[in-house]
Design a protein around this ligand. Sequence first.
Ligand code: SF4
Length: 327
Amino acid sequence: MNKKMTGSNKTKPVFTIGRYFKNKFGEKVYKIPISISGFTCPNIDGTVAKGGCTFCENDSFSPNLQKKKPTFKLHPSKPENPYLNEQLKQLEVQFLATKNKLEKKFGVGKFIVYFQSFTNTYAPMATLKALYERALEFDNVIGLSIGTRTDCVTDEILDYLADLSKDKEIWVEYGIQSFYDITLEEINRGHDCSSMKDWIIKTKQKGLKVCGHLIYGLPNETQEMMMESLRQTLELNIDSIKFHPLYVVKNTMLTKDYKRGNFIPITEELYVDTVVKSIQKLPDNISVQRMTAGIDDPSLLSPMWCKNKHQQMLNIRKALLKVGLYY
Ligand code: SF4
């Protein structure tokens, strides 16, 4: 497959999600991120915790987000959703805007609609079905990718998605972050590692594709711990992975810890080294969807190297080349 030698420089390409899609569909597939108002998260609305993960910028801490409409928030136990038509409109507007840009720049391709913001299975079933099925009707859409938490899926949701996956490419993206309960508690994650494992295993057993998200640089975590979280993630037979450095943005609980000197962000050197070591550990069938993240706006407090994603990518690519890998 993917990690074959390429030419005289003897580097092997990293198995990216782009390569996975190209192999499977014979052409480029673009993920179109969507953010639908009204979705929230049980870790924000008080169902499992309040305030959200310590690094999450949400309306518990951000007056600007609080002012954004709607104030209406979805909850799985409340079947009524007076905002559904507006949400369907948002979905269409966002999808078409990005699709048109991509088509102008790259020509026609295939698309995956990526429900990205907040917890995209945390809503009544009828709302989920309406949004997912509308997304699958758009031209050239071959599937969905749904970002969520392992405590926000049910057998009913997974069975429904498994049914959709008979004809479409359906991915579930789980925020794993760490496989240390002490860390999950520290970041106010609102669930533990063992329930997370159970639901990932179940999702795979139902035949769905899983992308796991890991954060490197979480409070008090050493490189050994980050690599251990990766090891346990890979044991779950997931299909794809995203790596993310922990950075501090304003209006989060982490801001307070950072300002008090209780949280020291990861250095770029350690992050790059950990990501490179992680990629070296990946089996050939697990694709990489993201190696890092950046935020080039004034909300970033630290570390400032996270401001420039382009530079980060150059540094990671350079470090990968040193170990014979090409991204
Ligand atoms: S699970 Fe996601 S949306 Fe919910 S609080 Fe954590 S980061 Fe925010």
